[in-house]
Ligand binder design. Structure first.
Ligand code: EPU
Length: 419
């Protein structure tokens, strides 16, 4: 077991390079199982979720190599039975994309029910609704989910809620359905677009990704391709928020798509930070104590739920009262109790947190309850006076590549130690 030890109060200065997008990668790896040839995926993040997915697909017979520079080669031509009965599936939510991919490829799949961060009820009814609309039968028994179809046939599917996972999963399954599938009320997140672009690179015909209507014309086979995954919007946003948090910060964040970060840029400017966009870089500067703001999480292009927790940490020391409304996950305020141990003034009522900014947080031993809660506590540690210890790092390692190394390069006093 490891912990991060942070001595806070130092403004962040310098340059940081953003890794490939976790939430695109974890869908593109399963989608690569559709190709008959080798898929070469570039710019993948070196994170635990990717390592676990690799292990799952290797156990199924895929041949995989993964090099230090983030390039993964996947040859799924000898994939075996679409049955995954092991604990690895429970380690990440995104294992649900194996349902769509294996249903498309084999017409059937049985696997353990997916796990992931504990941030509230995480239903997959919209995924199931989509698979059924394509002609599949779905059974959930003894913790296993089975999806099978004699033949997948395209259909029109209107999602009841805007779901990233359901949009991507149905899109993947529909690439091999007979005829055309139309997904309405589709999610528009950058990673939805990236998965569509990858599918098109292996020969699929997916149109409209990035809007709320996606059309997929089914095909019977796919070939390998070389594909570069987009930069991680949430990792970039995390560093933007961290940079703005401590007065004197001046950080250039490289390898970003600034458009994906518009909602964060706007919020930081509203709070008094300076943000400059320059090609594929964003520079964030903070001269004074930030001002309080209200934040409401929404599907893209709104403020992302995955940055709500990091932003909450920053608002604990902003000048004034802020209101944070979490409209996607009802259980995403677990970091608040930890922040209170560091002196934060926060009241949570249902999906709303009211934060009264304090002059200073003080270091404490805190525990990451989920991935983005972990990032939030690291930011709190950077802000706080004295020493903060963050434990339960496995959550953070699921989604952030080398977080302590990147922060150290920005001048933070942060080290990873054995517990
Ligand atoms: N929902 C349903 N039914 C479904 C699916 C979702 O009611 O079948 C609801 C959820 O309960 C939630 C809302 O719809 O209230 C949105 O859920 P969505 O399906 O969009 O979430 P997800 O696909 O399970 C992905 C990311 C999350 C991110 C959300 C929202 C991956 C692997 N995970 O989850 O990322 O919070 O979209 O943007 O892509 C993270 O990276 O820390 C993380 C949790």
């Amino acid at each position: 077991m490891e912990k991060l030890v942070i001595k806070g109060g130092r403004p962040l200065k310098g340059k940081v390079t953003i890794s490939g997008a976790k939430n695109a990668t974890v869908a593109i790896i399963p989608a690569a199982l559709l190709a008959n040839g080798v898929c070469t995926l570039e710019n993948l993040p070196m994170i635990k979720d990717v390592v676990v997915l690799r292990e799952i697909i290797e156990q199924m017979g895929a041949r995989v190599s993964f090099s230090e520079n983030g390039t993964m080669k996947i040859d799924a031509s000898r994939l075996e039975q679409p049955y995954i009965d092991n604990g690895l599936v429970k380690e990440l939510r995104a294992s649900y994309y194996l349902l769509g991919a294996l249903l498309a490829r084999f017409g059937r799949v049985t696997m353990a029910y997916p796990g992931g961060c504990d941030i509230g009820v995480r239903p997959i009814d919209q995924h199931i609704k989509g698979f059924k609309a394509l002609g599949a039968e779905v059974e959930i028994e003894h913790g296993m989910i089975s999806v099978k179809a004699d033949k997948l046939v395209g259909n029109e599917i209107f999602l009841d809620v805007v779901s990233v996972g359901a949009t991507i999963n149905i899109m993947i399954a529909a690439t091999m359905a007979e005829g055309t599938t139309i997904i309405e009320n589709a999610a528009k997140e950058p990673h939805v677009v990236d998965v569509a672009s990858f599918l098109n690179s292996i020969g699929a015909e997916v149109k409209g990704a990035g809007t709320d209507v996606i059309k997929i014309k089914g095909k019977s086979s796919f070939y390998g391709s070389t594909y570069m995954v987009i930069p991680d919007q949430i990792e970039a946003g995390t560093y933007m928020i961290a940079a703005a948090s401590i007065p004197g910060g001046d950080v250039t964040i490289n390898n970003v798509i600034p458009k994906h970060l518009d909602s964060i840029t706007a919020k930081l400017i509203e709070m008094g930070a300076e943000v400059q966009v320059n090609g594929e870089s964003i520079r964030v500067m903070s001269n004074d104590r930030l001002k309080s703001v209200d934040v409401k999480t929404l599907p893209y292009p709104g403020f992302p739920t995955d940055l709500q927790q990091p932003m909450t940490s920053t608002l604990t020391v902003a000048n004034g009262i802020s209101m944070v409304t979490e409209s996607i996950w009802e259980g995403r305020f677990k970091h608040v109790d930890e922040l209170k141990r560091m002196g934060a003034n926060i009241k949570v009522e249902g999906r709303v947190a009211v934060i009264e900014g304090t002059d200073v947080l003080t270091g404490a031993r805190v525990s990451a309850t989920d991935l983005r809660a972990g990032a939030a506590l690291v930011i709190a540690g950077l802000l706080a006076q004295g020493e903060t210890e963050v434990v339960n790092l496995f959550h953070i390692d699921r989604g952030y590549e080398n977080i302590e190394g990147k922060l150290r390069d920005l001048g933070a006093d942060i080290v990873r130690k054995q517990l």
